[in-house]
Design a protein around this ligand. Structure first.
Ligand code: FAD
Length: 326
């Protein structure tokens, strides 16, 4: 279909004047992927963007086919350009604070003062918020020597010394030692600091001993002292008792907060804090969809983009079905 035949709304006209077909909450990989597909379906779409994606501190995105090593900010910038090439899609830099269900449409409120925006469908793509180590100068190594996901960045530990910062009890199901074990394909030089007061159980302790994973309890890391990156990143850490430790890389496993407050407001069912969706990304509330990290504990850019696209396709199928029935 040619650009001139597209259903479009003049961008920058008042966003509160019309009822959008779809409102997407979150302009990360899932939200923008959904917006791209919806643009090609000519569905009027508004994307709310509260700011940075989860991985914005890291330098590279890995395992995204065709774009290995691209920086997250460049990937998002290109995605925004792609999305905005479709006339029916707008992105606004605003954080959504509330959504109410008015049966035939939803009313979306933001922290900015203007009339609420209305939409017939919602896609929640707000992602999760990582709990970072509460240690001085952590920002010096965050995303440049310290990461949290073995599947994304575990290769950085290959043949190197690794310090894991973990809690004895984490919100997620993976315990400190089970997490540390995930790195054994890359390195056997692993030391685990238990950062909270919660002791790990005997089973994990035995497993660590069997695999020569060192555990340090009751002496958490409190500060990043120095980072030298002449050959590779070498990190100097200070523990609470004043001991100094060196490591090439640091991984942390302290849990995350699923950003599900809007889903709760709408009455969507949750499964262990994640939004419950069916095979079409539909939540338990009609016309509310979810995509990305928010509905799964498998957190990958490629999965987020795929689920966003799937939510968009499902919405198009719904709208077409309804249009053909009337
Ligand atoms: C350090 C690090 C490195 C990683 N490396 C990789 C990697 O190499 N490869 C890989 O595949 N994955 C990687 N990941 C995982 C990847 O970042 C996530 O899987 C991906 O960002 C999920 O996309 P998403 O769209 O669901 O969420 P996000 O990308 O986090 O986007 C959510 C968006 O929603 C916005 N938002 C939240 N609440 C609101 C609101 N109320 N109103 C409006 N907007 C809102 C946020 O500001 C954000 O822009 C990494 C993660 C981290 C932390």
């Amino acid at each position: 279909m040619s650009r001139t035949t597209r259903k479009s709304r003049k961008k920058s006209t008042s966003i509160s004047a019309s009822i959008f077909d779809v409102a997407i909450i979150g302009a990360g990989f899932a939200g923008l992927s959904a917006a791209l597909v919806l643009g090609r379906y000519l569905l009027t779409t508004i994307v709310f963007d509260a700011g940075k994606t989860r991985n914005h501190r890291t330098e590279h995105v890995h395992s995204y086919l065709g774009l290995e090593n691209i920086s997250p900010s460049n990937l998002i910038a290109q995605a925004r350009r792609d999305v905005l090439s479709y006339d029916s899609v707008d992105i606004i830099k605003q954080q959504v604070t509330a959504i109410t269900n008015n049966k035939d449409h939803f009313v979306i409120a933001t922290c900015q003062e203007h009339a609420p925006v209305k939409a017939k469908y919602i896609i929640i793509a707000t992602g999760v918020l990582d709990i970072k180590p509460d240690i001085s100068n952590f920002n010096k190594i965050d995303g440049r020597g310290a990461w949290h996901c073995p599947h994304c960045d575990g290769l950085e530990s290959a043949g190197k010394s690794l310090i894991v910062l973990a809690n004895g009890k984490v919100g997620s199901s993976v315990g400190a030692i089970s997490y540390a074990k995930e790195f054994l394909g890359w390195t056997s030089n692993i030391r685990v600091f238990i950062q909270d007061n919660c002791p790990i159980d005997q089973e994990q302790r035995n497993e660590a001993k069997r695999l020569s994973i060192e555990i340090i309890e009751n002496d958490p890391v409190v500060e990043v002292l120095k980072v030298s990156d002449r050959s590779s990143v070498k990190i100097k850490l200070l523990s609470n008792s004043g001991k100094v430790y060196y490591s090439d890389v640091v991984f942390y496993h302290l849990g995350y907060k699923v950003q599900n407050s809007l889903a709760k407001q709408l009455g969507c069912e949750l499964e262990e804090e994640f939004i419950k969706v069916d095979k079409r990304q539909q939540t338990t509330v009609p016309q509310v969809f979810a995509a990305g990290d928010i509905d799964t504990d498998r957190h990958y850019v490629v999965f987020a983009a795929a689920s966003g696209a799937l939510a968009a396709i499902s919405i198009y199928e719904d709208t077409l079905k309804k249009a053909l029935e009337t």
